[in-house]
Design a protein around this ligand. Structure first.
Ligand code: GLY
Length: 578
């Protein structure tokens, strides 16, 4: 447990008494729930058809296949996630973890599935430091020490058991078939392998899997993954035991320890995927169901929307609108850096962070015509995040919904494949604050709340979200490291403004994360006049190349029309209505 900075304690105490009056509900796991009723319209209607948008057409088609066999959105989510593990391993997989928001139509139940990786019990912070105390980027990002205990297999098993309609074997069947029979890797996977070639070459099983002839697969070549097919079959047959105990667990631990890692069989056997209460925020008549800690995403999105609720963005020109949105982002990311971590380890002032009273206070500090320098907000550089992590969105014919963001962290995770398993391990340990207040690969800072400890889950930015309105609903999410939060926020705002799934996915984006104190901007987001006006207000604008890839499904209840859009920045994605 940690304590909050004293200057904020008095503020949180003052707010606490107001909150008690306001009566914010807090769930048993300590996660606040804004206690708003389930939107009745979400339970009264069914679309009668289904839609899926994911970053790879083979994964979208796997989900549609499972729906055609009688599965629901949750079975389809298992099919999409497991197929992505095979066809898009650079972004996510069974060696990584995911976070999902599910909405069950029959009773309006919203739940968050936490299948985030956890630190092994023997985690040693010193392993991530150079002799001079500076962060060692290699151990944090490459090889077995960079890998947390995977959460994705347990998360898929949990979803099948508690929410699916089909046996796990059936939902995993498309992924197993594709891994066995092979597929043609898209250009993004081929490029990712080429990019990471030097690190992949450090581990014999990674070479055998990704560089079979000494180089990355060539265009049009069929590529098979029999070891991963076998591991998926064991999960299909034995559930958790197929991965966390027995043959696969033994192979994982042997491979990790032989390469200098510290996993034990007990680390694997004790891993559990968890159901948590999602964060719910009401904004302009929409109920937004999003990710609680150990994601920072939902807290930040809620804080930003609560600040923005005091402005009428629809009446503002672009400069004014961007100004207020950026100022809200700045303040939410400051809190992200200071407070958030794994709720099973850290006491967080979530009541305060999610309170409209707190947002009111933050709003008062925003000048109408000037940027607030981040250095004036008490407290810490960023890298261009690479292409990694993946998100998919599903609505089925009954109105069940799944928003799933899945990751192995940075491109191709740790680059370490555990021999005989086909499992590419994540490099999620870098999402811990391995060195307090030193930026991680996304330039995010962290404090004691996100320090590594055995069994603890590292803070994530993953923000799978469902936006439920009286007439329209959206399932939304994106990869993008720290920019996940702001991309999803902008997607929510565009949806509420009436944009279509295609418009939302294609919309140009911008991002601010407190430090570095600059607005990262996609080319074409602002015209020269807007850029100049923002610069005059005190903003530093910096062009950023990598954005996306958002996958959005929308449901218009008035016309009962579903729409699915995959980010146009990603040609191999597919949004499809069935
Ligand atoms: N590994 C990126 C995230 O979880 O935010």
């Amino acid at each position: 447990m940690r304590f909050f900075p004293t200057w904020r304690l008095s503020l949180s105490h003052a707010l606490l008494s107001m909150l008690l009056v306001a009566g914010t509900a807090v769930a048993a796991d300590g996660t606040p729930n804004a206690a708003s009723p389930v939107h009745p319209s979400s339970m009264q209607q069914r679309p009668g058809h289904a839609a899926i948008a994911s970053a790879n057409f083979l994964a979208t088609n796997a989900g549609l296949e499972v729906l055609a066999h009688g599965g629901n959105a949750f079975d389809a989510a298992i099919a999409v996630a497991s197929t992505l593990s095979v066809v898009e391993p650079e972004s996510s997989g069974i060696g990584g973890g995911f976070m999902a928001v599910l909405h069950r139509a029959k009773d309006g139940h919203d739940v968050f599935i936490d299948a985030r990786e956890a630190a092994p019990a023997a985690v040693d912070r010193k392993a991530y430091l150079n002799a001079d105390g500076s962060p060692n980027r290699d151990t944090a990002l490459k090889g077995p020490l960079s890998a947390g205990i995977p959460g994705e297999p347990a998360g898929l098993v949990l979803i099948a058991k508690r929410y699916g309609r089909l046996p796990l074997q059936q939902s995993l069947a498309p992924a197993i078939r594709i891994a066995r029979d092979g597929f043609k890797p898209d250009s993004r996977l081929r490029n990712a392998i080429a990019e990471e070639q030097k690190d992949l070459q450090r581990w014999p099983a990674s070479v055998a899997k990704y560089l079979p002839n000494g180089k990355s697969p060539v265009e049009g070549a069929i590529w098979r993954d029999p070891d991963q097919a076998r591991t998926l079959e064991l999960i299909a047959a034995h559930g958790d035991d197929g991965f966390y105990r027995g043959e696969t667990a033994n192979k994982l631990v042997t491979a990790v320890r032989a390469a200098g890692g510290n996993w034990t069989l007990a680390d694997l056997a004790s891993y559990k995927a968890k159901e948590r209460t999602p964060i719910i925020v009401n904004y302009r008549g929409y109920r937004i169901v999003t990710a609680p800690p150990p994601s920072s995403g939902g807290v930040a999105i809620a804080e930003i929307l609560n600040i923005l609720a005091g402005f009428d963005l629809s009446k503002m020109d672009q400069v004014q609108r961007v100004h207020y949105i950026v100022e809200a982002m700045r303040r939410a990311f400051r809190d992200h850096n200071d407070y958030l971590g794994d709720p099973d380890f850290v006491k967080m002032p979530l009541d305060m962070l999610l309170s409209p009273f707190y947002a009111d206070g933050l709003r008062q500090g925003i000048l109408p015509d000037k940027a607030t320098p981040s250095s004036m907000l008490p407290r810490a550089e960023a890298a261009e995040p690479g292409m990694h992590t993946t998100h998919f969105s599903i609505i089925d014919a009954d109105g069940n919904m799944a928003a799933v963001t899945s990751t192995v962290n940075y491109t191709m995770g740790s680059t370490f494949v555990a021999e005989g398993t086909g499992v590419l391990l994540n490099d999620e340990m870098d999402d811990f604050a391995l060195v307090p207040n030193k930026p991680n690969v996304y330039g995010l800072l962290g404090s004691a709340a996100n320090a590594p400890e055995g069994g603890k889950r590292m803070l994530s930015s993953m923000s799978p979200s469902i936006v439920i309105g009286a007439d329209r609903t959206a399932v939304i999410g994106s990869p993008g490291g720290s920019t996940i939060i702001t991309q999803v926020l902008e997607g929510i705002l565009h949806f509420i403004d009436g944009e279509s799934a295609q418009q939302i996915a294609a919309h140009k984006r911008f991002h601010h994360q407190y430090m570095p104190d600059e607005v990262m901007v996609e080319q074409g987001t602002f015209d020269p006049v807007t850029s100049e006006a923002l610069t005059k207000m005190g903003y530093t604008l910096k062009q950023r190349e990598s954005w996306g890839f958002m996958n959005v499904v929308t449901w218009d209840r008035k016309t009962n029309k579903l729409d699915a859009a995959s980010d146009p920045r990603r040609p191999s994605g597919l949004g499809k209505v069935q």
